[in-house]
Design a protein around this ligand. Structure first.
Ligand SMILES: O=C[C@H](O)[C@H](O)[C@H](O)COP(=O)(O)O
Length: 243
C-alpha cells in the first residue's frame, strides 16, 4: 500500500545523489581550484577519472599547466587523450598541487589509500607536492581509520616471511589477488598484502612499524599528507575541510 511514510521515503531516496554523481561533484570542484601554470599531480581511481574529465574541459577553455605528473597508466592514457603532456615525477623538480582520491579519510585528514594498488607512486607524488587535495564522496569519511583493508606493497623476495610476520602480529594479512585468482602484481613488480585489522589500532604506530619492516616497499597509510579534502554529500552539499 502507498502510505504517507513510504512516499516520503521515495522522495528522500530520489533526492539523494548516487555515488558517481557525488564523485563527479567533488572532482569538478577540485578542477576549479587548479590555476594557470600549476605543476599538477593527478592521482588514480574512479573519482580522479571525473577530475581528469573536468580538467580537460578547463584545458579546452584555456587552462595551461606548468607540468602534469600522474600515478597510474589509466590516468596517463586519459590525460594524453585530452592533449596533456604527461611527465615522470623524476623529470619534475617539485609539484604545486596534487589531486587524488582516497579510500578512507578521517577528521584529521589522515587516510587510507591504495585500493587500486597505486599507493607507492601516489605517496611519492604526494610528498613532493606543496599541496594535496583529496576528492571523496561521503562514504569514505570515517571517525577512526578503518573500514577498508590497509594495502601494503611488499617485495616478492621476502613476501612469504613478511606475510608470516604480519600474521604473528595479528594484522590479519591476505595477499591481494586478481579477478582470475592470480597474485596481484603492482606496477613495480611487487605484491600487495592487505591488512584486514579493523579499526586500525594507533595508525601512527602501525605506520612506523610498517616503515621499519624489511621487505615493505610502501603502505597505504597517508598520515599528515593531505591538506584539503573535498567531500561531496548525498544531500547535494559539498564540504571543504582543511588541515
Ligand atoms: O590506489 C588507488 C588510489 O589510492 C585511489 O585514489 C583510491 O583507491 C580511491 O579510488 P576511487 O576514487 O576509485 O574510490
Amino acid at each position: 500500500m502507498y502510505t504517507k511514510g513510504t512516499f516520503k521515503e521515495v522522495i528522500a531516496m530520489l533526492s539523494q545523489l548516487d555515488q558517481n554523481t557525488m564523485k563527479e561533484r567533488a572532482a569538478r570542484q577540485a578542477a576549479d581550484t587548479v590555476w594557470n601554470g600549476a605543476r599538477l599531480g593527478v592521482g588514480t581511481g574512479s573519482t580522479v577519472k571525473f577530475f581528469i574529465d573536468a580538467l580537460g574541459e578547463r584545458k579546452a577553455a584555456g587552462l595551461q599547466l606548468g607540468a602534469v605528473v600522474t600515478t597510474s597508466s589509466r590516468s596517463k592514457a586519459q590525460l594524453e587523450g585530452l592533449g596533456f603532456t604527461v611527465s615522470e615525477l623524476a623529470d619534475v623538480e617539485q609539484l604545486d598541487l596534487t589531486v587524488d582520491g582516497a579510500d578512507r579519510v578521517d577528521s584529521h585528514l589522515d587516510g587510507i589509500k591504495g585500493g587500486g594498488g597505486a599507493l607507492t607512486l601516489e605517496k611519492n607524488v604526494a610528498v613532493h607536492s606543496a599541496h594535496n587535495t583529496w576528492i571523496v564522496d561521503e562514504s569514505k569519511v570515517v571517525d577512526h581509520l578503518g573500514g577498508f583493508p590497509l594495502p601494503v606493497e611488499v617485495l616478492p623476495i621476502s613476501a612469504k616471511q613478511v606475510y608470516n610476520q604480519f600474521e604473528d602480529e595479528g594484522l590479519l594479512p591476505q595477499f591481494r589477488t586478481t579477478a582470475t585468482g592470480e597474485r596481484y602484481v603492482t606496477h613495480y613488480g611487487n605484491y600487495i598484502i592487505d591488512l584486514y585489522i579493523d579499526p586500525l589500532p594507533a595508525p601512527r604506530g602501525l605506520a612506523t612499524y610498517l616503515d621499519s619492516t624489511v621487505g615493505v616497499v610502501e603502505h597505504g597509510l597517508f598520515l599528515g599528507i593531505c591538506d584539503t579534502v573535498i567531500i561531496a554529500r548525498e544531500d547535494g552539499t559539498i564540504d571543504v575541510k582543511k588541515r
